[in-house]
Design a protein around this ligand. Structure first.
Ligand SMILES: [Zn+2]
Ligand SMILES: [Zn+2]
Length: 349
């Protein structure tokens, strides 16, 4: 089978390798679609701990596929089932895991991060992913490429649960990449009264308008003035930073209404994560600040159900498609930041 493997910084090779063997408690997934994520780009640029010429790693943690084969002890899943699969799993016994937050387990693992992932024609699914419920069976009409981006959308739900986004909130999203647009879509679906989007790129903001003309783009030079004008001088109830910007994190506080909620969704580059905050704004406006990372499996299932019910359509998020043998071109395209999500497609299932 073909797989795109990382051998070290900037060393990605698309090569032929054997189809993985599976154990009695495991299953084999035939990949349908796998999306490129910002963290894949960082792993390719910087390399990754434990990955070298002798220990290459197949990346890809945003994946959908069809079950090809199951081990003899796997009883709940069968060949032919169409599957979306949440990448994160934990030890199963620590407090975080028992609470359902396997993504916060000290022993957290994920395919495409600690073991071979979805940029390959077949993927071995370890037993813990099966027993912890990471597999979501999809109906025949669920588009497989959309299933591949359930994972980032589920991270978006994790963030909005932390920030308690709800009915009639005014919401500002800073950063109009795929994650920012997904935040805007989810906030609307959760009942926000207004969703504003800010990005350095005018083109990206125009794209948002094309996806949903109801979104309000705020291209003005003075963001605070623009936000106050759109909120009758009140400020926003929720501000989500979906960009790696120190400035955005610092500026967010002055945009907030009383009892506003700030979500730092996007991380900052390592070594550049010290931000000066006017904490009196937090104090006098009773603000709440939260962060979020990754997603748990419950949230993954929630967004899958939301899409299956037609509550949201993520199809416009996917703007570029490549076959696996063009993986390097896909990486180049994703790096340019043009369009939104880049997806590797494996032929029709
Ligand atoms: Zn991702
Ligand atoms: Zn654990």
């Amino acid at each position: 089978m073909l797989a795109a493997k990382l051998f070290g910084p900037e060393d990605i090779r698309v090569l032929e390798c054997p189809i993985p063997e599976i154990g009695e408690d495991e299953l084999l997934l035939k990949t349908s679609a796998a999306a490129l994520c910002g963290s894949d780009l960082r792993m390719i640029a910087n390399g990754y701990e434990g990955v070298d010429a002798v220990h290459p790693l197949t990346l890809g943690h945003e994946v959908s596929g069809v079950i090809e084969k199951v081990g003899k002890n796997v009883t709940d899943y069968h060949p032919g089932m169409r599957i979306a699969i949440a990448p994160n799993y934990g030890c199963g016994v620590c407090d975080e895991c028992v609470r359902g937050d396997t993504h916060l387990c000290a022993d957290y693992q994920a395919f495409g991060i600690n073991m071979d992932g979805g940029f390959a024609e077949y993927m071995r699914v370890p037993s813990r992913l099966i027993t912890q419920g990471n597999l979501m069976v999809l109906s025949q009409d669920f588009p497989m490429e959309v299933a591949a981006i359930l994972e980032p959308f589920s991270c978006v739900l994790n963030g909005q649960e932390r920030a308690n986004v709800h009915l009639n909130d005014t919401v500002l999203v800073i950063g109009a990449g795929p994650i920012g647009v997904m935040h805007a879509m989810l906030a609307k679906a959760l009942g926000a009264s207004k969703v504003m989007i800010r990005d350095m790129s005018l083109e990206r903001m125009l794209n948002c308008k094309q996806i949903d003309p109801w979104f309000i783009t705020v291209p003005e030079e003075n963001l605070t003035q623009a936000v106050m004008r759109h909120t009758n001088g009140r400020g926003v109830d929720v501000c989500i930073t979906a960009c790696p910007s120190v400035q955005a994190q610092a500026d967010a506080l002055q945009l907030m209404a009383m009892c506003g909620r700030v979500l730092y969704f996007g991380g900052l580059p390592v070594g550049n994560d010290q931000v000066t905050l006017h904490t009196n704004l937090i104090h006098y406006r009773q603000l709440q600040i939260s962060g979020s990372t990754r997603t748990n499996t419950r949230q993954y299932r929630e967004v899958a159900k939301m899409l299956a019910a037609g509550r949201i359509d993520l199809a416009p998020i996917i703007t570029t498609r490549y076959p696996l043998f063009d993986f390097k071109k896909a990486v180049e395209n994703a790096r340019k930041g043009q369009g939104l999500k880049t997806v590797i497609e494996f032929g029709k299932d």
